[in-house]
Ligand binder design. Structure first.
Ligand SMILES: C[C@H](N)C(=O)N[C@@H](CCCCN)C(=O)O
Length: 562
């Protein structure tokens, strides 16, 4: 079919790069929010009483609707029927609504024991359920937006700098992840644990505005191409799925994708907490280490993409990426190697792996699947990938709780002791505070105590029976009451509360240290799960290379022909 593109707006580099930046801004907000609560995990536990399994449920909920309701497949169909503009705007709004629900759930005061029973999942805290539903809605928007943005980039860049534009779009998105990992915990410590979500809401709102601006640009593109004959795009057909899933090469790439991404994205959910618990990094700066990973990929993904374009060796690049994955998780799993510099170096190496594999894997799909089925192929790969993104974070949370059975209960014990200590000291000194003020003070004090114990304690975990735990609680209360007896209140209320806070922090800390009350997680089993995923990724990367040799897909050949 003839294609006269001389007068098309796509011919203007300024217009197409502006389009790329505008559509990428919503991905920036989405990738920020995806990780905005991860560094805050220790605070959610100390302040809201979440367990690691609750956190695992929350992070896995990203994929609930995508997996169970086949939302990714429907998104592909909707994208085909409604087009880029409507689908992109709807998905950006869905992300915004999901973020809003999440914010509401986290700031709402649910009774401590409020739980609901769900089929398959069982008992779940009401607050965890509502935040998860918000996150699940956000996940639908993010994944739908992922396919829409890919299609938008293809629309503007086909026959032009397509790989570079895709690489840069991924880089802009990853800047969002890097930002979340680096700033979410400092934000939460200095303001409130919900502040990172509020910021996400603002970024997502900017994303919606940017997408509205993109719509105008896209309308201009359409107008500029009205008189021009352009190739009709192939519509999404369900029968395409059948022909795709009969392709062995497709399965190898989809399985490699789910295994590899499951060893990276869920790692990022837990990485800040891991740095605090294993490497004793101060919570305020612990997120900087995992943020090195997406930060590195911002530069390396387009770089490796360019190398693949010119030199080829796509399957080999994926094998090297999988080998690095095993190396990193293998080293992180060694118990006595607990130096944070080594951990940072491993995160940088993981960043290299996470640049190598995506830069070779996504452009390899068009070599295996015909162009007219590409949209469907990406939707199915994303769907399979989402199964991993749903199961692995949940598994990690459950395994973390199971291998550290006393941590969550000990944190809850500290929280209730702190609460009672406040009541005692406030009553002893005739100070009245409102419920919100009290809640805030308890949260801050508990977090401070837990953080300092986790950072300084070197003891091994000692199991305590329920009766011993009661003793610990009583001892905390006794110590606090004794120390608080000498406290005199002649200053204003906030100074008095600060002093009370200090007394409780010091006394609680001492009792925890004396009783060896363990509140540090041992991540060994979780990191071994990641290492296993690395080994399986390597096997599938080799299988893909063998299939490429058999079928001649050309994965090892350069994309750009001389
Ligand atoms: C999370 C999403 N499903 C995903 O896998 N995103 C990729 C980028 C995919 C680009 C495809 N053209 C990522 O690495 O973030």
């Amino acid at each position: 079919m003839t294609e006269t593109i001389k007068r098309s707006l796509r011919e203007s580099p300024k217009a197409r790069w502006t389009a790329m930046v505008l559509v990428s801004l919503s991905a920036f907000g989405a990738y920020y929010f995806n990780y905005a609560l991860s560094p805050v995990k220790p605070m959610l536990e100390s302040a809201l009483g979440w367990t690691s399994s609750d956190f695992g449920t929350y992070t896995s909920s990203y994929a609930w609707f995508n997996v169970y309701f086949f939302m990714l497949i429907f998104s592909g169909i909707i994208l085909d029927k409604l087009g880029i503009r409507l689908t992109g705007l709807s998905s950006a709004l869905l992300m915004l609504i999901g973020t809003g629900i999440n914010y509401w759930a986290v700031v709402t005061d649910f009774p401590d024991a409020a739980q609901v029973a769900l089929p398959l999942i069982g008992e779940i805290k009401t607050q965890v359920l509502y935040s998860s539903l918000g996150f699940a809605l956000f996940g639908v928007g993010t994944e739908a937006s992922g396919i829409t943005l890919t299609k938008a980039i293809v629309r503007w860049f086909k026959g032009k700098e397509l790989a570079l534009a895709m690489g840069l779009q991924m880089s802009i998105a990853r800047m969002g992840t890097a930002l979340a990992l680096a700033v979410a915990l400092p934000l939460a410590i200095n303001f409130h644990y919900s502040s990172p979500i509020l910021w996400a809401f603002v970024l997502m709102f900017i994303g919606v505005i940017a997408f509205v601006m993109y719509i105008f640009l896209d309308l201009k593109l359409e107008k500029s191409e009205k008189e021009i004959e352009v190739d009709e795009e192939e519509p999404f057909r369900l029968r395409d799925i059948l022909s795709i899933i009969k392709n062995r090469g497709f399965w190898y790439i989809a399985i490699l994708c789910v295994l590899f991404y499951s060893a990276v994205f869920p790692f990022l959910y837990y990485a800040t907490d891991f740095m605090i618990n294993k490497y004793r990094v101060a919570p305020g700066v612990a997120g900087i280490i995992p943020s090195l990973l997406p930060f590195g990929t911002i530069f390396l993904t387009p770089l490796f993409g360019g190398i693949y374009d010119k030199k080829g060796k796509g399957a080999t690049i994926m094998i090297i990426g999988a080998l690095l994955l095993i190396l990193v998780h293998g080293v992180l799993a060694i118990p006595f190697l607990d130096n944070w510099i080594l951990a940072s170096a491993m995160v940088v190496v993981l960043g290299i792996a996470f640049s190598l594999v995506p830069s070779a894997m996504w452009p390899a799909v068009p070599k295996i699947i015909p162009e007219k089925r590409l949209g469907t192929a990406y939707a199915v790969i994303f769907w399979i990938q989402n199964i991993g993104l749903m199961l692995v974070p949940l598994l990690l949370g459950i395994v973390l709780d199971a291998t550290n059975p006393s941590v969550a209960t000990n944190k809850a014990l500290i929280r209730s002791s702190v609460e009672q200590s406040y009541s005692t000291l406030l009553a002893q000194n005739n100070i009245t505070v409102d419920a919100d003020e009290m809640k805030r003070a308890v949260e801050t004090t508990t977090t401070t105590v837990v953080d300092s114990v986790v950072k300084t304690s070197f003891y091994k975990e000692i199991e305590h029976s329920a009766a011993e735990k009661e003793d610990v609680k009583n001892e905390i209360l006794k110590q606090v009451a004794t120390a608080g007896g000498a406290f005199e209140t002649d200053e204003d209320k906030s100074t008095s509360i600060n002093k009370i806070q200090q007394i409780i922090t010091e006394q609680t800390y001492q009792v925890i240290e004396k009783n060896k009350l363990n509140i540090r997680y041992n991540y060994q089993a979780d990191i071994l799960i990641f290492a296993m995923l690395g080994v399986l990724s390597l096997i599938f990367a080799f299988l893909l290379k063998r299939e490429d040799r058999k079928k001649g897909y050309g994965l090892e050949l350069p994309n750009i022909k001389e």
